[in-house]
Design a protein. Structure first.
Length: 106
């Protein structure tokens, strides 16, 4: 799975937000957000604030349930990708909220 910081950046970019936009969404400066996104070690309160600013939820998933959660997300994604009217290359985040969530670092 992607590191948490990479997931935050990916989610921000998927929402077409700049680091500067986070100031208005969560009240921290671009410099603070940039530092956090690149090498930060945010506390739980900060993570919850960022998740809210990125229209996301933080979840603690027990390891024994992780494969089931991945399966549900992949099933959900495959149903979306089987829609005949939707061009897979032009899917937006609102069409596929799970896109890139399960990608491994490469």
């Amino acid at each position: 799975m992607k590191s948490l910081l990479k997931q935050l950046k990916t989610r921000r970019l998927d929402l077409n937000l700049k680091q500067q936009d986070m100031m208005l969404r969560i009240g921290i400066s671009r410099q603070q957000y940039q530092r956090l996104e690149s090498k930060g070690n945010p506390g739980l309160d900060t993570l919850e604030l960022i998740a809210k600013g990125l229209n996301s939820e933080l979840m603690l998933i027990p390891k024994e349930k992780l494969s089931e959660v991945k399966s549900v997300l992949q099933h959900d994604t495959s149903e979306l990708s089987n829609r005949p009217t939707q061009d897979k290359e032009n899917k937006s985040l609102s069409d596929d909220p799970w896109q890139d969530l399960l990608e491994d670092d490469q």
